[in-house]
Design a protein around this ligand. Structure first.
Ligand SMILES: [Zn+2]
Length: 348
């Protein structure tokens, strides 16, 4: 049990000033305001759901900034520089760099992620080897495989013929909307999840919302690859379930606090997005998209929690807690991380 804690409760992050959380067998059994005796005293922390990175390419960890200044086509397209860099790099080096990225992600508050894993069965094995010993939840979306040993497929629009007739209840995710006509093409294949949708028209957004296809946006990736700046509020208003991804590690740090800040600040070029909506994208919305049963501090959910140092100089003395967290929280402010009710990181 956790006691005396400020807690961001539920899917709308209502602040309990002095709450307690009862956890049994990794599941949150109860969350309430008010003092009760006995348990872990968490008065110095803010307790919030751990983050979910809904789109990564962890394999790229060995080549940070290698494609800076290139277009999406020349960086990661069919004949992009990315593939030549892989050819020149040894298996052990790729796995070591993925392992280090996974440690960084967990230490900075991400307890689950969905990765587009390239290179078929070998790629799945590389990621599983890299995860070994790191208590982080992985959703592996492979390609060039029969979906054995993974959670589904993560494809480009030139690979849609890989989608089998029998999906075995697994996920189909497709990159679409970094280039023209990709969305129209992807929609024909009934995906569960679309990545990007940066160039989506209002009509396409309506179709995606109506079909209840979840969308993962990656705004920092879109900016650095020169794809464009998505009007995220317009997408939210269309009713789409939006999650956040940091995309290729080559291009971006897999740090969701940075992604949330970017989305938030850019949104003021239009009308601004309520900070709670942005926090949902990195937590509860992603949980829904990938069926994780986490992403909020609620009865019945997995106890996947962050303990944030609320008295850190970059966080205390704020007048509005949630925007402070999404704009200012640093990996070092995430002091403890609980996954399935067990502390897996403790920096104090
Ligand atoms: Zn991607």
């Amino acid at each position: 049990m956790i006691i005396n804690a400020p807690i961001l409760l539920g899917e709308n992050f209502e602040l309990l000033e002095e709450g307690h959380i009862v956890i049994e067998e990794g599941i949150i059994r109860d969350v309430k305001d008010g003092f009760i005796p006995g348990g872990i005293d968490a008065r110095n922390y803010l307790i919030m759901p751990s983050l979910i990175n809904a789109h990564t390419h962890l394999g790229d960890s060995f080549a940070k900034e290698a494609v800076l200044g290139l277009s999406v086509k020349n960086a990661t397209g069919r004949k992009g520089l990315k593939w030549r860099l892989y050819e020149e790099t040894e298996n052990g080096e790729i796995v070591r760099c993925m392992h280090e990225t996974l440690r960084y992600m967990l230490n900075s508050g991400t307890a689950a992620f969905a990765d587009f894993r390239e290179f078929g069965v070998k790629g799945i094995e590389q990621l599983k080897n890299a995860i070994n010993g790191i208590p982080i939840k992985a959703i592996i979306l492979s390609r060039d495989t029969d979906m054995e040993g993974c959670d589904g497929l993560g494809l480009n629009t030139y690979q849609l013929d890989q989608i089998p007739g029998d999906r075995q209840g697994k996920l189909i995710a497709i990159h679409a909307g970094e280039c023209k006509r990709e969305i129209e093409n992807a929609l024909r294949y009934k995906p569960d999840i679309l990545i990007h949708l940066t160039l989506a028209t209002p009509e396409e957004m309506k179709v995606v919302a109506k079909r209840k296809i979840s969308v993962v946006i990656c705004p920092r990736s879109n900016a650095v690859l020169g794809v464009g700046i998505l009007n995220v509020m317009e997408m939210l208003n269309s009713g789409i379930n939006i999650s956040l991804g940091t995309d290729n590690v080559m291009i971006n740090s897999p740090n969701l606090f940075r992604e949330m800040e970017f989305v938030s600040k850019l949104s003021y070029l239009h009308d601004g997005i309520p900070p709670t909506e942005i926090l949902k994208m990195a937590t509860v919305n992603a949980s829904k998209a990938f069926h994780l049963n986490s992403g909020s501090v609620d009865k019945g959910r997995h106890a996947d929690l962050l303990f944030i140092d609320k008295n850190a100089p970059n966080i205390r003395d704020n007048k509005d807690l949630i925007p402070t967290i999404i704009h200012r929280c640093e990996p070092e402010n995430v002091r403890k991380i609980m996954v399935n009710g067990r502390f897996v990181v403790d920096k104090d």
